[in-house]
Design a protein around this ligand. Structure first.
Ligand code: ZN
Ligand code: ZN
Length: 344
């Protein structure tokens, strides 16, 4: 079968590999869609300390079961399924408290296990053990189902930031994650959603799809948001960009008792920002992080897609073959697409 494997930074190869064999407790799927995101760009450029090459990349996975391993029940060949990306251990004290997104033993598809840039893939026993395989609801396509994983991360972020009824929400960053944030905030009852980006072209493309109440770009984004919110600031500000400057601006544009989500992480070598602690103190701000998603978030994300609460099919702007995976990663890296999916 064909796979796309990471060998070293800058060295991803589409090559032939033997079809994986289904072990006891595992499930083998025919991958139908594996979508790409900024993480794939990061891995392709810098690698990752959890990846021991050669490793099949791809973590936004949807496909069809072809074989069920010994000892696995409840699944059959032909079932259409979506696979989680982050795998909590299910046994540590965080998992025991239901905090699966911050499991210190977390492993990931495409890092510790071969991922979805392949014709066939094994769903590891550890995924099945934490209910990490989801049935794709009727009416939801494989490509849409593959977007459940990033939507699950977005859902985790908005739960932690308590996005709800009547909130004015600012999303900083108009990539695929920013677009999902806009749509999810609407479905959670946000009053107004404003979309911010420094890249005017990308902002325009995103706005044409997700229709924020206003777009903001330029040097004075804080002033613009204050103006849009009658001087109050935003109830929730979510930074969906790897930018310390955006995080600093987010603190300044938050309303009293506002919540700020540092959704996107910062570069490892530059993670320090300036924070006016008195702003947090007197305005009773809440700053939250977000680290991936739990298996339950994935299941709920699929449901949101199926119900039409968060449509995603129009966000998939590019569909490429497995042999074009390098081009796909390039398109993502240039910010020319909303969502790029691979169809192995
Ligand atoms: Zn991703
Ligand atoms: Zn754990």
């Amino acid at each position: 079968m064909k796979v796309a494997r990471f060998h070293a930074p800058g060295d991803i190869r589409v090559e032939e590999a033997p079809e994986p064999v289904t072990g006891a407790g595992e499930i083998k799927i025919r991958v139908r869609n594996c979508s790409t995101c900024g993480t794939d760009v990061k891995i392709s450029k810098h690698g990752h300390h959890h990846i021991r090459p050669p490793r099949v990349m791809g973590h936004e996975i949807a496909g069809q079961i072809v074989e069920v391993g010994q000892g696995v029940s409840g699944w059959a060949a032909g079932d259409r399924v979506q696979v989680i990306a982050a795998i909590p251990c299910g046994a540590c004290s965080e998992c025991g408290r239901g905090r699966m997104t911050v499991c210190p033993n977390q492993e990931s598809m495409g890092y510790h296990y071969d991922g979805g840039f392949a014709e066939y893939m094994i769903v590891p026993a550890k995924v099945l053990a934490v209910d990490g395989l989801n049935r794709i609801p009727e009416g939801v396509g494989f490509a849409e189902a593959s977007v459940a994983e990033p939507l699950a991360c977005v859902l985790n972020g908005q739960e932690l930031a308590r996005v709800g009824e009547g909130d004015d929400v600012v999303i900083m960053g108009s990539g695929p994650i920013g677009c999902l944030h806009v749509r999810l905030a609407r479905s959670r009852g946000a009053a107004r959603v404003f979309l911010v980006d420094i890249n005017a072209e990308r902002l325009e493309m995103a706005a044409a799809l997700v229709h924020p109440d206003a777009v903001v770009h330029g040097q004075d984004v804080v002033e613009q948001v204050l103006k849009l919110t009658e001087g109050r600031g935003a109830d929730v500000v979510i930074t969906a960009a790897a930018s310390g400057a955006a995080q600093e601006q987010a603190l300044q544009m938050a309303a009293r008792q506002g919540r700020i989500s540092f959704f996107g992480g910062l570069p490892k070598d530059d993670p320090i920002i300036r924070c006016d602690s008195n702003l947090v103190h007197y305005r009773e701000l809440t700053i939250v992080g977000a680290n991936g998603s739990s298996p339950a978030h994935n299941a709920r994300a699929l449901q949101l897609i199926a119900e039409g609460a968060v449509p995603v099919s129009d966000l998939i702007t590019h569909r490429l073959a497995l042999t074009e995976v390098l081009e796909a990663i390039d398109i993502v890296s240039r910010g020319e697409a909303i969502k790029v999916t691979i169809e192995p």
